[in-house]
Write a protein that binds this ligand. Structure first.
Ligand code: SAM
Length: 256
């Protein structure tokens, strides 16, 4: 990574600089970050908080490491950071989905989270909006996952604060041409964020993702050209997201 990985105040890790362009990645609790931001600091928040449903465990089948919601061995995020990013995505994906910690998904955001989110951002797109107490909206987003298995959710919903028609994005996340390197159990595809940015944002905007996870949103924002801040509380996921960002932006840069 070209950018300096300097520890911020209070031990917060922060990655910003030449390698990340206008993207800033923070290893921080988003509540702490948002409380320090002025009102209206962001034009748009695109967020994906824990739904409180143990989503990773629901979708990954039998996994002894995840049986009680806690990982018992080195997480795949750590393994990814140690150099697996360059291996075939299938191998990494299988390992990722079977060893990652997912205890965070038991705890949905509190009312304070939404108060702060609506204070610091002017517009919002909130994945999992069907799980949260949000006002009625004309513009909810349907992501059709083109799911081949009937017993898995066929689509996901995002609530938005936009007054637009409700759009549909159809994109498979299960493999083949759409296979992406998987470093996180609830990773959303980068293409989904690219579509969101093209539809709801402009490159002059300042965008916040309070729950960065795998960093798909950050990579999409980097290529879109907007200013972007992503917060991730988990040090291992954070390190894996930074490594993925570095890997995917460098790789594409070389391909151009
Ligand atoms: C649903 S996942 C986000 C997945 C992401 N959209 C992606 O495409 O990879 C939620 C993430 O939020 C992180 N998280 C949970 N509580 C947080 C908090 N208070 N501040 C920042 N990140 C948090 C978890 O560690 C997890 O990685």
């Amino acid at each position: 990574m070209n950018a300096p990985n300097k520890p911020g105040t209070d031990g917060v890790r922060e990655d910003r600089g030449a390698g990340l362009g206008r993207v800033t990645l923070l290893n921080i609790d988003c509540m702490k970050y948002m409380r320090e931001q002025p009102t209206g600091a962001f034009d748009l928040a695109i967020v994906d908080p824990p739904y409180g449903i143990n989503a990773a465990n629901m979708s990954m089948g039998n996994n002894p490491n995840r049986a009680d919601g806690w990982h018992r061995e080195e997480s795949t995020a750590v393994k990814a950071r140690k150099g697996r990013l360059n291996q075939g995505s299938g191998k990494l994906k299988n390992r990722a989905l079977n060893t990652m910690r997912c205890d965070w998904d038991f705890y949905p955001p509190t009312a304070d989270y939404f108060t702060e989110l609506f204070r610091v951002s002017k517009k919002q797109i909130i994945w999992g909006g069907n799980y949260f107490n949000l006002p009625p909206s004309r513009c909810v987003i349907c992501w059709d996952k083109v799911q081949p298995w009937e017993n898995f959710s066929q689509w996901e919903m995002a609530w938005t604060s936009f007054d637009k028609v409700a759009p549909l994005f159809r994109y498979s996340n299960t493999g083949g041409a759409n296979a992406e390197l998987k470093i996180h159990p609830t990773q959303k595809p980068r293409k989904l964020y690219e579509w969101l940015l093209n539809k709801f944002a402009t490159p002059d905007m300042r965008i916040l993702d309070t729950h960065l996870g795998s960093g798909s949103s950050a990579i999409a924002a980097h290529y879109f050209g907007c200013e972007f801040v992503g917060c991730e509380i988990d040090a291992d996921y954070y390190a894996a997201a930074v490594a993925r960002f570095d890997h995917e932006t460098k790789q594409q840069g070389l391909a151009l």
